[in-house]
Design a binder for this molecule. Sequence first.
Ligand SMILES: *Cc1c(COP(=O)(O)O)cnc(C)c1O
Length: 409
Amino acid sequence: MACRPPPPATPPPEPAALPEALAWITGALERLREAGLERPRRVRAGRQGREVELDGRRLVNFGSNDYLGLAGDVRLTRAASRAACAEGFGAGASPLVSGHSAVHAALEGALARLLGTSDALLFPSGFAANAATIAALVGPDDLVASDERNHASIIDGCRLSRATVVVYPHRDVATLGRILAASPARRRLVVTDTLFSMDGSVAPLADLADACERHGAMLLADEAHATGIFGARGSGLVEATGTAAGVHVRVGTLSKALGAAGGFVAGHPRLVDWLRHAARGYVFSTAHPPAVAGAALEALAVVAAEPERRTGLLERAAGFRDRLRRGGLDLGAAEAQIVPVVVGGAEAALALAARLAAEGMFVPAIRPPSVAPGRCLVRASLAWHHDDADLDRLAAALLAAAGCGGRHP
Ligand SMILES: *Cc1c(COP(=O)(O)O)cnc(C)c1O
């Protein structure tokens, strides 16, 4: 497919003087800079895949959630074009008014079949799916218990719900059980990532489901980084761990391994019916463009037809983690395609990322608020399109930077 790059942006007009009411922002930004937490954006050019061009430099891409290499796959581009031709570009309205089109309906059906849940609901993003769903399930008389490493969209959903929020230590089911046992709340909801985005660790889903069953609590699992990767059909870690009966609310995203955009919730049709009425991020937001749904449907077809993408990725990721651990690196509880190397301070993480970039590899430094202060890391996101030579080079560079003794620069 021959594609012309977009025209260069015309520079915006010179800014006017900063209004007095916004003067506080200067100091706030200054404090971010001083803490090493400023986040400049790089401009990506062209399609991403095994390589990515950032600010004019081509680097091997270890910094994308495009785990199956679908974001730049021409089959998704074509499917998006077909859907846009059939239904136009914009959805025009929220789904309950007139935005829910035939391709959205087909995608919800395909997601429900993939997850084996009978029904599913599309949201404009995974962020909206979490925030809106949590707030639709619990309110001021209720309790929500949240793993301390959960994603920002879960944290915001908890706050939005106005329920009592209790944060439990990472994957600590014993503490969670005590929290649930002690709570007199009307309803109780436990929320967890299944594959934690900054740690590469996996939630103890079977134990969480047991605890929820014992205490009559609802369980919501966010599969954002696991959708398309785990399980025989590729639906996620709930499938892989056989815990579907105990996980009541299954959230996922179309924007990571599936290479498209949008979030979804799958579950019992009664639950989905309630969310259609009560999840404000669903009710009051325009349906995502039909082209996006068309691309996501195509991605699901690729996931079904090419399981070797996910199995190959997980195999190579296991070898990569073994090699780093044998070399003395501490990867914490990482057990998937997300491989974090914790270095401590923000400056150290930036320095390691810069060193890897100098060697031709994009491995982003992750700093607060994505991780706790003092737990800054570089995060290698492995993908299907990385070959053995790519992984060898990255492993060698990480081990060299750590002095091979397991200590960090
Ligand atoms: C990325 C992410 C989301 C948000 O999904 P988007 O589709 O990008 O909005 C939700 N939960 C987790 C765990 C994530 O990593």
